[in-house]
Design a protein around this ligand. Structure first.
Ligand code: FAD
Length: 394
């Protein structure tokens, strides 16, 4: 067994771990990033073809993360010399008789960040965006600067960039334990070796509690298997394609939402989903019990109803394609970005609750600064662990 040293070790090479590595590289920090699987893999949360990116958030703390994130995605495109972001625009539609406050919060955030936007009344939505139908109780906000990130390509491009910047990226090397030592160091044991460092950053996606439980902490996150469903565009004129100007659409529903992306990654198919899932074990994600299968079917039924209510030319009989992914969901759907309560040099980035791809450049900036003992670039309070009353100290 050899003994190896880094200033910072990152555990988990999904989109958040990779952006964190990028920011550490900007500081010239000697960093090792461990990823348990070989790239590319489909066993975390960052795989798949597409993710929505948007400033249209009700909460100012998320909207505040977006200017830097948009800039960094653009820089990554320049480095990679390929398109990673498709500016489709995003239409968020509310039933304003029930959720006027959320509607106005989004407008306020878009105005604060000077994002191009327009308000479209429900009965005009179908005219402005053929293929959609809403009644006059609804109102939409079209955020023209939002769009789709090509997720797999982003991960690939960022991985190449951090390697070029000198990050040591060890694939297929699972971290087994993280142990704080005296003298403010941490020992990290992997399947291959033992390493020492000043700080560890845990960006383990759905596997977070497997490591934290060995450090007397369990985050209140639920691991949800999510079905990504693609449905057939039956319009004769390719109404729903990104090239024809069809936007992403979000229809908030409780804490979750129905969403859709224009047909983009698979021609003639639209990604239409519900931001909801069924509990799973990430090591056996697709082994569904009959009860889970029933829940998954009921989610498809809800998407079907959403299509029948709001989309004029989409075949709602059955999805043409289903892929799966995992959300690491907190009770309030807010991220967890904090130090371990007992060990300051263990920093945690978790609980991204199905919306953490777009903000990964800014969240990575926060995590890197926290590990280096620098001021975080954004207010960490909304993401603090102590808001979760149900965290368990084991
Ligand atoms: C279906 C779906 C749709 C989504 N849509 C959107 C969207 O439209 N917009 C948006 O912004 N976000 C979206 N998200 C959320 C977003 O994709 C996730 O929040 C984000 O990818 C989380 O990244 P991560 O790096 O935290 O986790 P992950 O991608 O899961 O990465 C964690 C990594 O850590 C590795 N790891 C774990 N434990 C260890 C260990 N012990 N040793 C070594 N490696 C380890 C894992 O193998 C994994 O690769 C969506 C997610 C899903 C599933």
């Amino acid at each position: 067994m050899t003994d190896q040293y880094a200033d910072v070790i990152i555990v988990g090479g999904g989109i958040v771990g990779l952006w964190t590595a990028y920011h550490l590289a900007q500081h010239g920090t000697k960093t090792i990033l461990f990823e348990q699987f070989a790239y590319p893999h489909t066993r975390g949360s960052s795989h798949g073809q597409s993710r929505i990116t948007r400033t249209s958030y009700c909460e100012p703390e998320y909207a505040a993360l977006m200017p830097e994130s948009f800039r960094k995605w653009e820089e990554l495109e320049d480095h990679a010399r390929k398109k990673l972001f498709i500016k489709t625009g995003l239409l968020t539609v509310y039933d304003v008789t029930k959720r006027a406050d959320d509607f106005h919060s989004i407008l306020k955030n878009l105005e604060t960040h000077k994002v191009n936007h327009e308000v479209v009344s429900g009965d005009k939505i179908g005219k402005r965006f053929p293929g959609l139908m809403f009644d006059s109780m609804h109102r939409g906000i079209h955020d023209a600067d939002s769009g789709v990130l090509l997720a797999d390509q982003c991960v690939g491009a960022l991985r190449s960039l951090v390697l070029r910047k000198g990050i040591e990226l060890r694939e297929s090397e699972q971290v087994l334990s993280v142990k704080p030592l005296h003298g403010e160091k941490v020992s990290v044991k992997t399947v291959k070796d033992t390493y020492h460092c000043q700080s560890v950053i845990l960006t383990c996606g759905p596997y977070i509690n497997k490591l934290l439980e060995k450090n007397n902490l369990k985050l209140p996150v639920e691991l949800l298997r999510v079905q990504v469903t693609y449905w057939k565009d039956t319009s004769s004129k390719d109404k729903y394609s990104a090239s024809n100007g069809f936007p992403c659409v979000m229809i908030p529903h409780g804490l979750a939402c129905f969403y859709c992306m224009p047909s983009l990654e698979y021609s003639g198919l639209m990604k239409l989903g519900w931001h909801i899932g069924t509990p799973c074990d990430p090591t056996a994600r697709d082994q569904l019990t009959p009860e889970w299968r029933r829940a998954a079917d009921s989610h498809i039924e809800a998407i079907r109803k959403n299509i029948q209510t709001h989309y004029t030319d989409v075949d709602s009989s059955d999805p043409a394609l289903i892929e799966s992914c995992i959300y690491t969901e907190t009770p309030d759907r807010n991220f967890i970005i904090d130090h371990h309560p007992e060990h300051r040099n263990i920093v945690i980035g978790s609980g991204f609750s199905g919306h953490g791809f777009k903000t990964a450049p800014s969240v990575g900036h926060m995590l890197a600064n926290m590990a280096l003992g620098l001021q975080p670039p954004y207010n960490p309070e909304p993401f603090a662990l102590r808001r979760c009353s149900s965290i368990s100290r084991l």
